[in-house]
Ligand binder design. Sequence first.
Ligand code: SAM
Ligand code: SF4
Length: 336
Amino acid sequence: MNAATHETPPLVDRFGRRVDYVRLSVTDRCDFRCVYCMAEDMEFLPRNQILSLEEILAAAEAFVSLGVRKIRLTGGEPLVRQNILWLVERIARLPGLQELTLTTNGSQLAKMAAPLRDAGLGRINVSLDSLRPLRFRELTRTGKLEDVLSGIAAARRAGFARLKLNAVILRGRNDDEVLDLVDYARSNELDISFIEEMPLGKIEEHDRAGTFLSSEELREIIATRHTLTPTEESTGGPSRYWRIAGSDTRVGFISPHSHNFCHLCNRVRLTVEGRLLLCLGNEHSADLRALMREYPGDAVRLREAIRAAMDLKPERHWFDLANEPQIVRFMNMTGG
Ligand code: SAM
Ligand code: SF4
């Protein structure tokens, strides 16, 4: 019933964009409370509202049978979801899937890296915004830098190739660490992407417009020490990459504000509530949980609902840092 057929046409939206990349949020929970991602006091979803691992797997199967080639597991913190290895093992084996990746804060990686590799995970992105223990604690509110650095070392030992760091740089908070983060990536043979802060969810801790730093400014900072050469390389996501002369490290920039990438968008997100979000910066969505619970095991209906949802994908996002966020959900709910 679930088998992909060769005749299955790809998922294409109204603007002719082919969707072959899905980000699956496996939990809204997290052991960190990063200042740009969450409010300090967060309420998480009750258990009956989140998809079971079996439901997430059924959704992954449906997407892959519709031509999706890349799946990223995210959250919240995906490695705090119980039995996550069960899911990784099964998604990794889906015929037709070319790449299974994961974005993590790294707190659990020291113990999880090798089992994740054994379960078939292909690549890992680790978020890291500071190399100073006290500042790291301030930015994550609860995190321990040492755990994350041990996690990165464990992932390297486990044999993950092209490990990538993700950093969000906030003016006045960690903009003096841009060069240190690039040097850390270089000396540990990692790639690094800088993400512009997005107005997802209302936060009181800082004024997002005031801390905003564009990718252009970041490149100027990096160019004071390194020669950056633009490349056409892509990992299928929104990062645009530069190479550092004399090293293998790629420096990526995800610039939803300063360089809109919507026309190239190839991805959709499934929240842990089973809401298929067609765009990071809009609320257009389809409720796959309701469908899976009304018709358990009905892969045909699930595929039809996913295909129909492609018509809801909006042309682009309109982020505006100066006014109240239009998007009230936080990044941990969105599946970053
Ligand atoms: N917990 C995991 C982690 O931190 O890597 C995965 C989920 S997290 C939501 C995914 C990515 O989103 C992280 O790299 C984080 O820095 C980024 N992020 C969170 N909130 C953001 C925001 N408001 N703007 C830009 N990036 C954000
Ligand atoms: Fe957790 Fe990741 Fe959000 Fe930080 S960015 S609070 S680690 S989900």
